[in-house]
Design a protein around this ligand. Structure first.
Ligand code: 13P
Length: 294
């Protein structure tokens, strides 16, 4: 069933586990994520950003698809606009029925980020859509932004930001970055800062740049308070590598079976991920719990 992202993350926050948010740009990826969730009794977040929507994952096509797939399963699924930066696309997604929008004002001044986030929260909340904000800045791995602690999130500033804006979840900068890290590099995360952020904010926290972090970092990040982990690069690599693998196994494979092969590989990747971040078996099917989140 399609639910607000906030309801998923409140539960994860209360019970201290992480939920995967996979950038899913076609039916194979969306169905892989949602099927994995159903099989693992796990919540799941399907998301895409403005660039991905513009090029391929058009919201007019993807939204009805994700809604239909979500309504067929017993586990909670949210659909999120990732990295919304301007009002027009954010309001379009809210009107479309996205159950969360992210406003990424992390490249703006603190004051500008604060006031725009507050406006977007008022707009989204009036129709029951939740909002993810970002404070500090999660940059690009290729620029080694993960090592720049000047970009990291300050807990006291974050507290004031959340009190003023009313955002439902906060993306925090603690040492990850988007995209592929240089070869053999595992980022070093600032877990003390994360612990402090959780203690101060006591709300759902989001880790962007989940790809390439390594299992140990992911587990520790969840332990110290991360509840949503964004994954794009690694998921796209799994899909791409599946193509090579399928051709190696059977050079005559046709397109239909190639699509099925890719979907299965992505599904397996998501299922493994759910075990790492502890979201599996949180929603075992039970008539009496069907509409609830406890
Ligand atoms: P990665 O591509 O590094 O997984 O980052 C994804 C992300 O944070 C999307 O918002």
């Amino acid at each position: 069933m399609l639910v607000s992202m906030n309801s998923i993350l409140e539960h994860a926050n209360k019970h201290n586990y992480g939920v995967m948010a996979m950038n899913s740009i076609n039916i194979e990826m969306a169905r892989a994520g949602i099927q994995a969730a159903a099989e693992e009794n796990s919540p799941m977040i399907i998301q895409f950003g403005p660039g991905q929507m513009g090029l391929h994952a058009h919201k007019e096509e993807m939204f009805p698809l994700v809604k239909e797939l979500s309504d067929r399963v017993h586990v909670p699924i949210a659909i999120n606009l990732d990295h919304g930066m301007d009002f027009s696309i954010i309001s379009e997604c809210i009107n479309f029925g996205f159950t969360n929008v992210m406003f990424d004002g992390s490249s703006l001044s603190y004051e500008e980020n604060l006031s725009r986030t507050e406006t977007i929260c008022a707009m989204a909340h009036s129709v029951g859509c939740s909002v993810e904000a970002e404070l500090g800045h999660v940059g690009q791995a290729v620029n080694e932004d993960d090592e720049d602690d000047g970009l990291y999130t300050d807990p006291q500033k974050a507290l004031a930001f959340i009190k003023y804006t009313g955002a439902d979840a906060l993306a925090v900068a603690i040492g990850t970055a988007h995209g592929n890290y240089p070869k053999n590099k595992i980022p070093k995360l600032d877990f003390e800062r994360l612990r402090d952020l959780k203690r101060t904010l006591q709300m759902p926290l989001v880790l962007h740049g989940g790809s390439g972090c390594g299992e140990e970092n992911l587990k520790k990040a969840v332990k110290y308070g991360i509840n949503k982990i964004n994954v794009a690069t690694d998921a796209f690599s799994v899909a791409k590598n599946a193509i090579n693998k399928a051709f190696e196994e059977d050079p005559t494979i046709d397109y239909l079976h190639l699509c099925i092969y890719i979907e299965n590989e992505v599904k397996q990747f998501v299922k493994n991920y759910m075990h790492i971040i502890g979201s599996n078996n949180r929603y075992i099917f039970d008539e009496t719990q069907y509409n609830g989140l406890e």
